[in-house]
Write a protein that binds this ligand. Sequence first.
Ligand SMILES: C[S@@+](CC[C@H](N)C(=O)[O-])C[C@H]1O[C@@H](n2cnc3c(N)ncnc32)[C@H](O)[C@@H]1O
Length: 148
Amino acid sequence: MKEKLFYWNELKFDVSNQNVYPPKPASLLLADAAIKIIKPEEKVLDMCTGCGIVAIAIAKFVRNAKVFASDINPNAVSVAKHNAKLNKVKVEVVLSDLYNKFKDNKLDVIAVHPPAVPYAPQKDWNMPQGMKIATNGGCDGSKLVVVQ
Ligand SMILES: C[S@@+](CC[C@H](N)C(=O)[O-])C[C@H]1O[C@@H](n2cnc3c(N)ncnc32)[C@H](O)[C@@H]1O
């Protein structure tokens, strides 16, 4: 597979894996807001991390932040781990449904860019499975955003 790199804000990300969501404008907005809002030494979870862009930006630019990242897609977990190494930052990346594996951790901040595209039932746009998981927000896009 040919390596594809994405560069942003002195950081670089391997985005070659078609089963992992590549950074989009909303990813950069969230990463930018996170590094402005999160304070030094805070304990942060980047839930739904994808290629790790938000977690890695926090680890790089917020002094002594303790950064965790979670994703339900094993491809995303391994790509985020690889990208943390590429950028020489420490992020603990965990395979987890939302924050299930973090219920015993006290966190100061949870950052999240969830799947939020409205999908009609059985809709399949011929995307790789990882991209469906990354985008499918249920019938009105709010599946992971609104607590029923
Ligand atoms: C819109 S992408 C955002 C990726 C990255 N945070 C960014 O901003 O570029 C959503 C991510 O959520 C992950 N995801 C979907 N459902 C999840 C769940 N229940 N628990 C954890 N991660 C989930 C997907 O695998 C995907 O990586």
